[in-house]
Design a protein around this ligand. Sequence first.
Ligand code: NAD
Length: 490
Amino acid sequence: ATENKAVITLFGATGDLAKRKLYTALFKLYQKGYLQDHFALLGTSRHPYTDEEFQQVVRDSIKDVEETRKGEAADFSKHFFYKSHDVTKPEHYTILKKRIEELDKQFGTEGNRLFYMSMAPQFFGTIAMNLKKQDLLSDEGFNRLVIEKPFGRDFDSAKKLNDELSKTFDENQIFRIDHYLGKEMVQNIQALRFGNTIIESLWNNRYIDNIQVTLSEKLGVEERAGYYDNSGALRDMVQNHIMQIVAQLAMEQPVSFTDTDVRVEKIKALRSLRVYTPSEAAANFVRGQYDAGNGTEAYRDADGVAPDSGTETFVAAKLMFDNYRWSGVPFYVRTGKKLADKFTRIDVVFKKPLIDIFADPRHESDQTLNSNVLTIFVEPKSGFAMQLNAKRAGQGFTTQPVDLKYLQSDTDKKESPEPYERLFHDALEGNHTNFASWAEIAYAWKFVDVIRKLWDIEKPQFPNYVPGSMGPAASDELLARDGRQWVYRL
Ligand code: NAD
């Protein structure tokens, strides 16, 4: 592993995300040698901690990660420092600046600076502005910004945020986190498509009937209710994660597998996504909210949720790409809370043979062939399966669907870095492949804004699905209308 050198300044160092994910991710990079002696993390938030107290917070956060040598966690935590800081007070940035410069010297980080914003998004713009005004960027190494979601709540607010960030950072210095892009099997979409002639040569409207993407959660809103009620599934899952997955499924082959080339193709794909008129949106989007049932309370009864809340906890949609490759092929997507199970999968449904010779009455068979389906299991299991038709063993001639299957072994899974580890690593190396560019985010918001506006005007009939189901009946009807059905169904 090549060592990365940097001072990381983390805004929101005592937050939930930092403690649950970020310190663990950094510790794993340290264990693997991507971080060694030449790095330091300066944590900031409003809490008044000493360096020692903060190092204890870090050690507590990584206590479940096995050490590869004795004393490793303790050594790692000695790279962590702390300054309490109110992001709205310009004078506090001068203190941070001085501390960053000291740490740079002490750890020999060659002027490389990575700023990580893991706080409530309303502060992102203020922090960026102050980083520039109070002169926290270095003139020698790199200056990079890693920024958490959500990136705006509609196109206008996202644009405003991006304009604010752009005053301090160039697009090639900004790394917008979408942790779905850090998932092994989402990255595998590219390997599967562009590494296999038998897949990519069929990857178009001539052979594919439809594509289905499901991000299903078993949990409800739990303690995030306050935030969620303000956001809803469309903003929380569709605008970012689903759009990013769909872009990778729809994009053309990049010239090379570099961040610049991949981005160009993803942007092109999103540009050809059909932006609906309000009436098309009404016809092609379904929203849902879970009721009480199966031993759980209704969404509206959760703490922090208004008793008449119109926030959707489920979305299903039919997306269309208007380009040569995809014309006529629907991409059905859905996501929701309190569904039957927790999983993410992609089902690519191929067209049936134009003529089914086995259905010929002379073969005494009234069965029809199944569609070939390529399923990409993103999580919790990782792998893929290809459903083919084969002859059923025995006398006579009937066919049956059989599966060619590859699932990652437990060892593979153990060796796969968690999304945050992978993304932290990529940001340290300056690789943008698995981050969302501004243009992608802008197109995704423009697409989603039409639906949001419609839904904000029209009162929904909520609640409309039971916990433990796969969402409202309208989600099945969306496909049934086209003579299709969800591959994964109960
Ligand atoms: P959190 O509320 O747990 O932590 C916020 C942090 O910001 C705390 O350290 C707090 O002290 C600090 N802070 C708040 N106001 C401040 C101020 N005025 N000045 C200085 N510090 C201040 O939030 P979180 O759950 O860790 O989320 C952080 C970011 O990550 C958010 O953008 C969130 O949307 C995103 N995110 C979180 C999760 C998650 O699982 N928690 C998942 C995905 C994305």
